[in-house]
Design a protein around this ligand. Structure first.
Ligand SMILES: Cc1cc2nc3c(=O)[nH]c(=O)nc-3n(C[C@H](O)[C@H](O)[C@H](O)COP(=O)(O)O)c2cc1C
Length: 214
């Protein structure tokens, strides 16, 4: 009987001891887990810092457009990010006959031809962020955009590409942009089917992804 009481007393004492250790350990456990959210907060604040820092930089929207779809998108982007806008034009304008341009475009893309441009961007050096817009021509950037990328000093610049296409997608244009601007940082591209009106939500979602969120 006596032994039973002693065993019970030990059991009660052990339970109290475990509970006490448990309570004492809890702050540590809490502080361990509280480290995790702190780390996440640090990462997200770094990410958060990216938005204002890139937004503060001077932006230029450069684009080429043959039938107007990319121009409309370029103007909508410019309205949202501010900065300046520049339309690339070949020194010799493309024919107004679509079928002729389709054929010519194919030859130019396949041969890697870079048509001379009518005018160059003034003070390109003063822009840190360059939005580069192109229609997709034969699965890649249109030749005047290739000329711009090849002839410009884009080292250290941030390029944010956007393109419009006729239903076959962006092809390999992003890879080609990176090849022509190897010293620039090229961010995610906005790819939209050519249109006369684009959804603001598509533009906003992409802009915030590339650091121009609200
Ligand atoms: C020469 C030429 C080649 C084209 N190649 C493609 C292509 O490979 N894939 C595609 O989806 N659309 C292609 N298109 C359609 C255009 O990409 C699409 O209509 C685009 O929105 C036109 O933009 P823009 O109005 O700014 O010129 C081509 C159009 C032209 C004129």
């Amino acid at each position: 009987m006596k032994i039973k009481y002693i065993v019970q007393a030990f059991a009660v004492l052990a339970a109290i001891a475990f509970a006490t250790v448990g309570i004492l350990q809890k702050p540590d456990a809490v502080s361990e887990t509280s480290k995790a959210p702190q780390q996440t907060a640090a990462v997200s604040s770094q990410k958060g810092e990216k938005t204002p820092s890139i937004q503060k930089k001077k932006a230029l929207v450069v684009y080429f457009s043959y039938t107007g779809n990319t121009r409309i998108l370029a103007e909508q982007i410019r309205q949202n990010v501010g900065g300046d806008i520049f339309e690339l034009q070949p020194a010799t304008p493309y024919s107004t006959d679509y079928a002729t341009v389709e054929k010519q475009g194919k030859q130019e893309v396949e041969s890697g031809y870079k048509p001379p441009l009518k005018a160059k961007v003034e003070n390109l050096a003063s822009y840190d962020v360059i939005f580069v817009g192109t229609p997709i021509w034969w699965y890649t950037i249109a030749p005047p955009v290739a000329t711009f990328l090849a002839e410009s000093d884009l080292a250290g610049k941030t390029i944010i590409p956007f393109c419009t296409h006729g239903g076959y997608g962006a092809g390999h244009n992003l890879e080609d942009i990176k090849k022509l601007a190897p010293k620039a940082q090229v961010l995610d591209e906005l790819v939209l089917r050519g249109n006369s009106k684009y959804e603001q939500k598509d533009i906003f979602a992409w802009l915030s992804k590339v650091g121009f969120g609200e």
